[in-house]
Ligand binder design. Structure first.
Ligand code: GDP
Length: 181
């Protein structure tokens, strides 16, 4: 092989090595961005729910889970548990100044609940539609609250009201290894 073809080989090898280095460095730098984008994408696909103590006491767990399945929600985390007064107070801290806060904390810690993370496109909004208005007297026909809630306080189910809260509430109840997205 003559000298000029050796130089060409060396040049193309150098070019490929350089290109590979640039791609690797860019990938390493872009990785956190990919992770954040992926997390944001996942966030808008999940919601957090609790089947409240009244619905558990009245034997509606099965029927409510069935409504969630029929509504196209996939359960990616679930547990049967009971909130202490302290934990219920912490969970509903945003309502601390409202007149019903004490009643709400007493009720939410009065018996077992089912906590779950649900996955679906547009999960938060679609789930709020599925559960209906806070006050069952105003909830649309066929919604979970219209069917299974008894009063504005004891209204059968909780549904997160934003993507940010869904994530915060999911992390409040579940560790990373307990969610299967
Ligand atoms: P949600 O997002 O539809 O659950 O409604 P809110 O965020 O306004 O209230 C949180 C929870 O507080 C409700 O789901 C009810 O359990 C309870 N709650 C809301 N309004 C009242 C009320 O006027 N009286 C009582 N006792 N409880 C209430």
């Amino acid at each position: 092989m003559n000298r000029s073809s050796n130089i060409i080989d060396c040049k193309s090898n150098c070019f490929l090595t350089l290109l590979l280095n640039i791609l690797t460095i860019n990938f390493i730098h872009l990785q956190p961005l990919f992770k954040v984008t992926y997390k944001l994408y996942k966030m808008s696909n999940i919601t957090f729910t609790m089947i409240k103590p009244d619905a558990v006491r009245n034997g509606h767990i099965g029927a409510i889970l069935n409504k969630m399945n029929e509504g196209g929600f996939k359960i990616v985390a679930m547990k049967y548990t009971r909130l202490s007064k302290e934990k219920a107070g912490e969970f509903y801290e945003v309502h601390k100044e409202r007149p019903f806060y004490g009643e709400l904390v007493d009720f939410m810690s009065s018996g077992p609940i089912v906590a779950a993370v649900l996955q679906k496109d547009n999960a938060v909004e679609d789930f709020r539609t599925l559960i209906g208005a806070t006050n069952p007297a105003e909830a649309a026909e066929g919604t979970i609250r219209a069917l299974y809630a008894t009063s504005i306080g004891e209204n059968a189910v909780h549904g997160a009201d934003s993507d940010e809260n869904a994530l915060r509430e999911a992390n409040f109840h579940f560790s990373g290894t307990e969610m299967f997205m």
